[in-house]
Design a protein around this ligand. Structure first.
Ligand SMILES: Nc1c(NC[C@H](O)[C@H](O)[C@H](O)CO)[nH]c(=O)[nH]c1=O
Ligand SMILES: CC(=O)[C@@H](O)COP(=O)(O)O
Length: 168
């Protein structure tokens, strides 16, 4: 059964994003999809109070390189959360499986190793239509969903700071 719409959120349930700085790492494979995911994410971060100058975005060649790009961003930038954006579409061979497995486990590993939440915004679809439907189509935009997750996780990361300062 197809998923529910990915784009609905209630701002009242989301911490104020003003204090936070966000990283976005974007795969250049399937740019028609990943650029829409990126736009949805940025629009949502701004709508939740993030200052434009507090969003830093890097591109990497493919979803498999998202792991290294996120690691490099964690090591060199002061960010409160990172959104890893990619789109892997099934081809003729098992390559899809290995790319998806690699980026998935790699992002899990980053969340374990470092104290910066990395949000999994990678569409792993059987067809391009499934990707279109989830990047601004009839099922919404996963970039919006992941930006909301990034704001909530940034607040959790800073839970020990003054609570009213981060909107609890
Ligand atoms: N087929 C897709 C790829 N493949 C490229 C890999 O991500 C990687 O860049 C390459 O194996 C070199 O290390 N990447 C996607 O993001 N989406 C695809 O559909
Ligand atoms: C999903 C992919 O990795 C893309 O490179 C398609 O690969 P293939 O058609 O060779 O399986």
């Amino acid at each position: 059964m197809a998923t529910t719409n990915l784009s609905y959120y209630d701002k009242a349930t989301i911490p104020n994003a003003k204090p936070f700085r966000f990283g976005i790492v974007v795969s250049e494979w399937n740019p028609e999809i990943t650029e829409n995911l990126k736009k949805g994410a940025i629009d949502t971060l701004l709508n939740c109070g993030t200052a434009n100058e507090n969003i830093i975005s890097w591109d990497v060649p493919g979803s498999f390189e998202l792991v290294y790009g996120c690691k490099k961003m964690i090591q060199s930038q002061k960010v409160d959360a990172i959104i890893a954006i990619g789109n892997v579409i099934q081809g003729e061979t098992k390559h899809f499986d290995f790319v998806c497995e690699g980026v998935t486990q790699g992002i899990v590993d980053l969340n374990i190793k470092y104290d910066v939440p990395v949000i999994f915004c990678v569409l792993t679809d059987n067809t391009k239509q499934q990707s279109l439907d989830r990047s601004g189509g009839k099922l919404g935009n996963k970039g919006i969903e992941c930006a909301v997750a990034a704001v909530k996780m940034a607040a959790l990361k800073n839970i020990d700071r003054n609570k009213e300062h981060i909107g609890f």
